[in-house]
Structures are given as structure tokens and as C-alpha cells.
Design a protein around this ligand. Structure first.
Ligand SMILES: [Zn+2]
Length: 103
């Protein structure tokens, strides 16, 4: 998983600043049984994602630790959040080659 903590990107939902972005691998089975896999871009917005429990964990950590070190606790929180996001993406099941491009 590629992870970027940043504040210079805009949320596509509310146009506020994003907290972080990541690219996560995902895959799903089509109705014909073929497995489709790729990378999807996901983003964390402090406003739009505030009611999502895994996102709350990441946001709370960042409030307490504004400069993220190479920290196992943070990695675990992000992994939980990313897994949930990836599950939601699979649930949407939009067969695309890749996610929205991040500049
Ligand atoms: Zn937002």
C-alpha cells in the first residue's frame, strides 16, 4: 500500500482539505467468475469521513501526532481504515482499470 499524508489535496466530496491519500490493491470476482484486480486511490477527509469508526481512529491519531513518524500504531490504524475503504470499493463493484488519478 502506498500512503501519503498530505494537506495539499482537495476532497472531491466537500472540497475541503484531505488528510491523507493511499493507493490500495483490490480485487473482485465478476459474474463470469473472472477475478479483476488493480489499485484504487482512496482518500481520508476529516469532514466527510468523521462518522466512519476506522477513519476516526486515524484522525484522532493525527490530532495527537501531527508529524507522523514511522509508527506501528499509526500503520495499524491506517491499515484498518484502508481495508474498510477497499471493502466499500469492492461493494460498489465498478470495474475500472484504476482509481481516480491523484496529482
Ligand atoms: Zn470531504
Amino acid at each position: 500500500m502506498e500512503l501519503h499524508v498530505r494537506d495539499d489535496l482537495q476532497c472531491h466530496r466537500c472540497l475541503g482539505p484531505l488528510v491523507l491519500t493511499a493507493r490500495v490493491p483490490y480485487s473482485f470476482s465478476r459474474t463470469d467468475g473472472q477475478v479483476v484486480s488493480g489499485l484504487r486511490g482512496i482518500s481520508l477527509c476529516a469532514s466527510c469521513d468523521r462518522n466512519d469508526p476506522p477513519a476516526q481512529g486515524v484522525l484522532a491519531y493525527l490530532v495527537l501526532n501531527p508529524t507522523v513518524a514511522d509508527d506501528d500504531a499509526f500503520a495499524a490504524l491506517v491499515a484498518e481504515w484502508a481495508c474498510r475503504k477497499a471493502d466499500l470499493l469492492v461493494a460498489e463493484t465498478v470495474p475500472e482499470e484504476d482509481g481516480p488519478d491523484q496529482p
